[in-house]
Design a protein around this ligand. Sequence first.
Ligand code: 9PG
Length: 440
Amino acid sequence: MRPVTDIPIDPTRAVIHEQGWQSWSPSTSYRPGSPPHRPPNTIRRVGAWRAESLPPPDVYRGEGLIAVDPGDGPVHVIASADPVNSVPAIDVSIVDSKAVVTAADDVVVTTHDGSVQEALARWADSVVSTLGLVAPRPAPTIWCSWYQYFTKVTEANVDSNLALMDRLPVDVVQVDDGYQAEIGDWLVPSRDFTDVPGLFARITDSGHRAGIWTAPFLIGAQSQVAAEHPDWLVRNYDGTPVKAGYNWNQVLYALDSTHPDAAEYLSTVYRTFRGWGIDFHKIDFIYAGALFGERHNDISPIQAYRDALQLIREAIGPDAYLLGCGAPQLPSIGLVDAMRVSPDIAPTYMPVDGDISMPGQWGAVLNGESRAFQHGRFWVNDPDCIVARPGIERREEWAEHVSKFGGLRGSSDAIDQLDEWGLETTRRLLSEPVPRYFIE
Ligand code: 9PG
C-alpha cells in the first residue's frame, strides 16, 4: 500500500464511508472506532466481499472508492484514477485524530461541501462526464419468482402467477433460479420444468415481457459443463480450478470467458434465450467473471469481466434490459442498465449468524442508502424486490425503503398470498414514478 494523504478529523464527529466490491458487499459508513463488517470465513469472503482482499481488522477499506467526512470540514472522496478498469483497495486507518489514507494503486483525492452522499454524487458526476455516459434507460416493472419459491420453483408456480398477473402493473415476468438442471447447464431444464421455451412463449403471449436469471460465469462442480469442459475453468497457478464460492450444496468454479469455446457457449445460451422471446436478463454472481487466475488469454480479471459483459450484450441484443447482480460495482459502469446494490432480502429482517451480507433487510437497507448516489448516474439502482405478503418481518419498513431508494421495482410474492395491504402496497410501489436521481 502506498501513502496517499493524512486528513485531520474530529474523532467524535467524523465518518468513514466504505464502498464494497460487489452488489452484496457491505457498503456503509462508520464512526472512527466502530468495527467494519468483515467476512466470517473464506467462502463468504469470495462470495460477498473480494476474494483477493483481506484487510487488517482495524482498517477501513473501500474497493476503488472511500470517503472521509472529517466532521469539521469538507468531505474527502478518494477514488481510483480509472475506476472502470482499475479498482485498487483504498485503506483508512485512524491514528491520533487523523485519517491516514493508503492505496494499492493510483487514486485521486477530491473535496466537497455537503453530505457524504452529495460528495459521492459529485464524484460520480465526474465519472459520468469523463466516460461520456448517457442517462440510464428507465426500468420496466417486474415480477420475480425467487423470494416466494426459491430453488423449489416449478413451471406450474409461474403459470399460476401468470394467470393472476393482471392484478399488478408488471411489465416483465422474470423466472429466477430453479428452471435449469444445474449451475452452468442453462439450456437443460430442471425436473420441475417440462417445457421452458413453452413457458416463456406463454409469458409473451400474455402480453408481458419475459425475463430470466442466469449466473453466466459460475460452473457448478456437479454440472454437465464442468464434466465435459474442464478446460473452460479459470485456474490457479498450480493448475487447480479457482473456487468461485460454495452454494447449492456444491463447489463453484469460474468460467473462463476468454476461452473461445466457452465464449461461444455463452453466446449460444443468450442467443437461444433471445430466440425464446426473452428480453430481460438478471445476470447473477458475476463477480465470478473477475476473479484472479489463469485464463486462456492473458488479460486482467477486470478486462476479462468487461469483455464478457459485452459479449453477453451482443447476444441478448441492444434493446434487452440487463440487470447485474452479485456484480463488481465500478467495473460494471457503462455495461448494465440496472444494478443490484445490496444483499438479498428475506422473510426475516436480520440475517442468519449476524452476517450482514446474508439475506435480510438489514443489510439491504444499509447498502441501498449508501449507494443511493449511483442511481441515475451509473445505472438504475435495484434495491431488491418488494415482498409484502403477511409473514414478511417489518414489511412496512421495507416498503418505505423501496419507495425511497428503489429504481428498479419488482414484486416477489405469490400473488394469491397478498392480503389487502400487500396488494395495495405492491401496486403503489410498482406504479409510482421513480426520480431520475435519489441524490441531486
Ligand atoms: C438465486 C438468487 C436470487 C437472488 C440473488 C442471489 O452469498 N451468497 O451465498 C448468496 C447466495 C444467493 C444469493 C446471494 C448471495 O442470491 O441475489 O436475488 O437470484 O441468487 O440463487
